[in-house]
Design a protein around this ligand. Sequence first.
Ligand SMILES: [Zn+2]
Length: 106
Amino acid sequence: MAEFPMCGACARDYRDPASRRFHAEPIACPECGPKLDGSMTDIVARLRAGGIVALKGIGGYQLMCDARNERAVSELRRSQRARRQALRGHGGNVASAERHWRLRRR
Ligand SMILES: [Zn+2]
C-alpha cells in the first residue's frame, strides 16, 4: 500500500493502539485508497459483452471474465497459454517475455 499515501484520518487510525485499524497493513479508505480507471458500470458492461478486464492489485494484475461465457473463458485461457509460452521462450525472464507479449498483441 506504499503507493497510496494515507490521508489524515487513516494515518491517525494506523497510529492509534485503540483503533481496530492500528497497524493494519492494507489500511486505506475511499479518500486515499486505490481508485478505478473508468466506472464500475463500464467494467460490468465489458465483462457482460465477453471482454477480459485486468484489475491491478498490490502484487500484480488479476484478469477477470464472465465465467459463464465459454468464449471469454477460452480467450482468457488462450492468452494465458501464449503468455506462458512467451515466458518459456525468454528463458524465464518475465520483463523480456512481457515486452514480447505486449508487442505481439498490438
Ligand atoms: Zn484514508
